[in-house]
Ligand binder design. Structure first.
Ligand code: ARG
Length: 582
């Protein structure tokens, strides 16, 4: 929603005797553009005024015509049944919006809303000693987008990679390593070898159930600091991180903090002691738990029968540490919906411990990612590596560029590697972010990399195309914008979509929903495409940036630059790289 919904609410406020803040959310868009750009429904007023909404709309229109006749941005108001519709004046909107956007440039859309407050974002957080599977893509890109959005809105995001580098799975790896471990193969094959061992462990334990017991002992010796166990664990960790780093580099991700689960090892006893002293711990089948049955959250496992700690114990310690270290305004955990109970338990235990900040802790869940016809399971080792997905996307993007060049009989762009990288990676990232995060994502290669429809390449292409128009015009947007020449309905639609970006960022952050930003960017691009494809009565395209009239060209160049600025900034927040040209 642009700034004009608020402005409309402000002119309505004295007439309906309600504060503008209450009216703003009621204002929507009329169903058809010829009815105007803003609509205020009168149903609510009908109750208090005891007359029909239609009568109220008519009366309000008469009053508004009186009180707003010299307000520049209002072209006209009219009643449509129970609605008051408002037509905005394109040139007046342009005169307000364009200078703002162009002056803000790379900062457009952002704000100082966050006041520099810290927000921790726990994202990606893969388990080491396993390949970085595509199932971790969602957390990685949603979290990265939230970090970018928070920064744009003036927060201090702290991106945390809570590596799964501790826990019983290392006992399993150490147990099978005793029989099979081969450091030379590990050095050569890296994580693939670890995955093979992991699969082998699971296969063998079917025949040799005592292997499970050995794994438990191995993890215990790791926890107790056995030198050889520690050395191997460190080796597995370093090997895994090398692979992860390649993926993060491709995605342009840098974390502020990579304290994995192991980091909290020495911070857990304090939490467990406090739970104990506050009388929150009970024994249950040998294990130590916090009974959350009264809250319908089951039992929160704190310590196993053999004394080893658990995922939740580490998350309690890490929540505490994060609060102490960063004094966060919010603490986000971008983790799949399957862990909803875990985070509900975490919050409840923090509350029972008397941490008044438990309400700042938010689980940001998301749906599954599916490839058509392919089921993924780590257990069987049939894992789709995220790196392979990204490399494939880059390869396909490269092929598209090559065949495009061939069709047009052009030389390949000199920076084809970089270009293919940005398009390929951007396509995969955007394909994920455009979905409401709670929905499952179906990954369809043809769709992901298409240059048409709701895709990353489409947005990148729109931004790049405007870039070349600006380049051809060989002029920076001129000092004199001649906004009075931007009068059409299509131009107004573009301006309003662009003007909606700052508000959409804040709404998206509130809901931790990058798709709200993605939607706005698609809307801006679609409206610009409509304008750009507009045809006159003779069916000729009638909207070019460059015209015979320098003033008109300046106005259109300004509008096009604003669209490009909005797209580049928004894609930047989302972590979608934008090519300069395409
Ligand atoms: N490593 C976990 C997994 O792969 C995700 C960790 C999420 N973060 C956290 N603080 N629990 O499922």
């Amino acid at each position: 929603m642009s700034r004009y919904a608020r402005a409309f609410a402000e002119v309505l406020a004295p007439l309906v005797e309600a504060p503008a803040e209450e009216l703003t959310p009621l204002i929507g868009a009329p169903p058809r553009p010829e009815m105007g750009q803003l609509a205020f429904p009168c149903f609510g007023l009908a109750k208090t005024r005891r007359t029909s909404p239609v009568a109220i709309a008519t009366e309000l229109v008469a009053q508004l015509a009186e009180s707003t006749h010299n307000v520049a941005w209002i072209e006209s108001v009219s009643a449509a049944g129970p609605y008051v519709n408002l037509h905005l004046c394109a040139a007046a909107v342009a005169a307000e919006v364009l200078p703002d956007v162009l002056a803000a440039g790379a900062a457009f859309g952002g704000s100082t809303h966050g006041g520099g407050r810290a927000v921790t974002v726990d994202y990606s957080s893969p388990n080491i000693a396993k390949s970085f599977g595509v199932h971790h893509l969602r957390s990685t890109v949603i979290g990265h987008a939230l970090v970018g959005m928070l920064r744009a809105a003036g927060y201090r995001p702290v991106g945390i990679n809570h590596l799964g580098d501790w826990g019983t799975q290392f006992g399993q790896l150490l147990a099978i390593w005793q029989d099979e471990g081969d450091e030379e193969r590990l050095a050569k094959e890296g994580i693939d070898y670890l995955l093979e061992l992991y699969v082998e462990f699971n296969r063998r334990k079917e025949e040799k159930p005592e292997l499970q017991e050995r794994a438990r002992e191995c993890f215990k010796s790791l926890e107790q600091g056995d030198a050889e166990a520690r050395r191997l664990w460190a080796l597995f960790r370093a090997t895994s991180l090398r692979e992860f780093e390649r993926v993060y580099a491709m995605l342009g991700i840098e974390f502020d903090n990579t304290a994995g689960e192991s980091f909290y090892e020495d911070k857990m006893p304090a939490v467990v002691e406090e739970l104990e002293s506050k009388g929150l711990l009970v024994e249950s089948e040998g294990a130590t738990v916090v009974d959350l049955e009264p809250y319908e959250l089951g039992a929160a496992l704190i310590r196993k029968a053999d004394g080893s700690t658990l995922y939740l114990t580490r998350d309690l310690a890490s929540a505490e540490w994060r609060h102490k270290t960063f004094d966060f305004a919010r603490s986000l955990y971008v983790v799949g919906g399957a862990q909803a109970l875990h985070f509900a338990q975490l919050k409840k235990v923090l509350e029972l411990l008397g941490r008044d900040w438990h309400e700042l802790v938010e689980h940001v869940p998301f749906g599954l990612m599916r490839f058509k016809d392919r089921k993924m399971s780590t257990r069987k080792g049939d894992i789709i590596r995220l790196e392979d997905v990204l490399l494939r996307a880059v390869k396909l993007a490269r092929e598209t560029i090559e065949s495009g060049a061939e069709e047009k009989g052009r030389a390949l762009p000199p920076d084809i590697d970089e270009l293919a990288h940005r398009i390929g990676v951007g396509a995969v990232v955007f394909n994920d972010l455009k979905n409401r995060r709670q929905r499952d994502v179906v990954f369809d290669w043809n769709e992901v990399l298409s240059f048409e429809g709701e895709t990353g390449p489409y947005l990148q292409y729109t931004a790049a195309r405007i870039g070349s128009m600006i380049e051809k015009a060989d002029a920076a947007p001129s000092a004199e914008l001649h906004t009075e020449l931007l009068v059409s309905e299509e131009e107004l639609a573009v301006l309003l979509a662009v003007d909606g970006l700052p508000g959409c960022l804040l709404r998206a952050l509130k809901a931790c929903e990058p798709s709200i930003v993605a939607d706005t960017l698609l809307d801006i691009a679609a409206r610009f495409s409509t304008l750009y494809a507009r045809r006159d009565a003779d069916n000729r395209r009638d909207w070019q940036v460059l015209t015979d009239d320098p003033a008109l060209s300046a106005a259109r160049l300004g509008l096009a630059s604003a669209v490009r600025t909005a797209l580049v900034n928004g894609l930047g927040w989302l972590g979608v790289p934008v090519p300069d040209r395409m």
